[in-house]
Design a binder for this molecule. Structure first.
Ligand code: ATP
Length: 345
C-alpha cells in the first residue's frame, strides 16, 4: 500500500526528533531510511506504525488518514533488531500467531492458517525446522522467522528496524540479498531502517538519507551516490575528498594554480570541491591539474588506494588507481577530478 508522510513533526518534550518530514512511499517499494544514530529513523518508523503519534502533520495509508487508525487497523508487519520471538512457541506457532489471534470473523480456518505458515516457512528457507524452538535457531534463522511472522498477516506495510544489526557481517550480507529476493517475490511495501550505507545502497529501491530529524535527500542508490545534493550526503555515503578552491572566470583554482577543471556558470568566489577517490583522470603532464606526492599506497583487491599530499593545500587526498600503476611513497602524481560537486558555505 502507498504511504504518504506529510509535514511530520515529532517533539519529545522540547526536543524536535523530526521536523517537517515529508515522504511518499510507493506501493510495493523497498525504502531504506539511512542516517547516523539519533537522526530520527526509528521515530519515523514508529510513527508510520502508529506506536507514536505526531506532534504535527499527517500520515496517509492510501487515501485514508492513518491518524484515525489504531496500530491493529494499520495492519503493519514489524521486525526489530532484537525481535523477541515467543520462546515457548515453535517456529510454526510463532509464524501462525498473528492469524490465530485475529477476531473470529477475520480468522482463517485452522488448516488454512497452518498451510499459510508452512508456505511462509518455505519462503524464508526454513523448511524442516517448523518444530524447533527459537533457542534452537541461529540469530539469522530467528530473524527469518521474525520476517515470516511479520508477513503472515499480509501487512499493508512491512517495517524493519535494523533487522540484521545484531548479526555478524557474513550472515548480514547473505540476509540482505535474501531479503531483496523475498521482497521481489512478495511485493510488500517495505521500510527498512539502517545506519549501514552499503546495506541501504545494495538493498533499496530508494534511499532516504536523514540527519538531525530532517530528510537530506531521497533518491535511487545511484542518484544518492552519484549526485549527492549536500556536503552531508557526500560525506556520509561512500568515500569523498574535499578541497577549498576558488572559482574565477569559470575555472577552478587552488591557491594561485588552475586545476584544469571548468565550472561554467558557477559564480566567482570561494567554494569547497568534493570528489570521490575513483572519479579522477590520471595525467602525464600537468598544464592545469592537481598534483601531489604519494604518502601511502596500498593494494585493495583490484585497485590501488593512494594517499597524496597535495601541493597548495594542507589536506590529504585519497585517490583510486589501477593496481598496476607504480605509486610508491614519494612518487609525484598528477590528476584531475572528472566528476565533482561544488558546495558553498
Ligand atoms: P539509532 O540509529 O541510534 O537508533 P535513530 O536515527 O533511529 O537512531 P531515533 O531513535 O529516531 O534515532 O531518535 C531520534 C532522536 O529522538 C534522538 O535524539 C533520541 O534521543 C530522541 N528520542 C527518541 N525517542 C525518544 C523518547 N521516547 N523520549 C525522548 N527522546 C527520544
Amino acid at each position: 500500500m502507498e504511504v504518504r508522510v506529510q509535514d511530520i513533526r515529532k517533539d519529545f518534550g522540547r526536543f524536535p526528533a523530526l521536523d517537517k518530514v515529508s515522504l511518499d512511499i510507493r506501493s510495493g517499494e523497498l525504502i531504506a531510511l539511512l542516517g547516523p544514530s539519533g537522526s530520527g529513523k526509528t521515530t519515523l518508523l514508529r510513527l508510520i506504525a502508529g506506536l507514536e503519534s505526531p506532534t504535527d502533520g499527517t500520515i496517509f495509508f492510501g487515501d485514508d488518514d492513518a491518524s484515525k487508525k489504531t496500530v491493529q487497523e494499520r495492519n503493519i508487519g514489524f521486525v526489530f533488531q532484537h525481535y523477541a520471538l515467543f520462546r515457548h512457541m515453535t517456529v510454526i506457532d510463532n509464524v501462525a500467531f498473528g492469524l490465530k489471534v485475529r477476531p473470529s470473523s477475520r480468522r482463517p480456518a485452522a488448516a488454512d492458517i497452518r498451510k499459510r505458515a508452512e508456505d511462509l516457512i518455505d519462503l524464508v528457507q526454513l523448511g524442516g525446522l517448523e518444530k524447533r524452538y527459537p533457542a534452537q535457531l541461529s540469530g539469522g534463522q530467528r530473524q527469518r522467522v521474525a520476517l515470516a511472522r511479520a508477513m503472515a498477516v499480509e501487512p499493508n506495510v512491512l517495517l524493519l528496524d535494523e533487522p540484521f544489526g545484531a548479526l555478524d557481517a557474513q550472515v548480514r550480507k547473505e540476509l540482505r540479498r535474501w531479503l531483496r529476493e523475498i521482497h521481489d517475490r512478495t511485493g510488500h511495501t517495505t521500510v527498512f531502517v539502517t545506519h549501514d550505507q552499503d546495506e541501504a545502497l545494495e538493498l533499496a529501491d530508494r534511499v532516504v538519507v536523514m540527519s538531525k530529524g530532517r530528510i537530506e535527500q531521497v533518491g535511487t542508490p545511484d542518484e544518492i551516490y552519484d549526485t549527492p545534493n549536500s556536503p552531508f550526503v557526500f560525506g556520509f555515503i561512500g568515500q569523498s575528498n574535499t578541497l577549498p578552491v576558488r572559482v574565477e572566470n569559470g575555472q577552478l583554482w587552488l591557491e594561485d594554480r588552475s586545476i584544469g577543471v571548468s565550472a561554467p556558470g558557477e559564480p566567482a568566489g570561494p567554494a569547497e570541491l568534493y570528489f570521490r577517490p575513483h572519479d579522477i583522470d590520471l595525467l602525464d603532464g600537468c598544464g592545469g591539474c592537481l598534483a601531489g606526492v604519494v604518502t601511502l599506497s596500498r593494494r585493495v583487491a583490484g585497485t590501488r588506494h593512494v594517499e597524496l599530499d597535495i601541493a597548495g593545500s594542507t589536506r590529504r587526498i585519497e585517490i583510486e588507481l589501477p593496481s598496476d600503476v607504480a605509486a610508491t611513497p614519494g612518487t609525484r602524481i598528477a590528476f584531475r577530478p572528472n566528476r565533482w560537486r561544488l558546495f558553498r558555505s
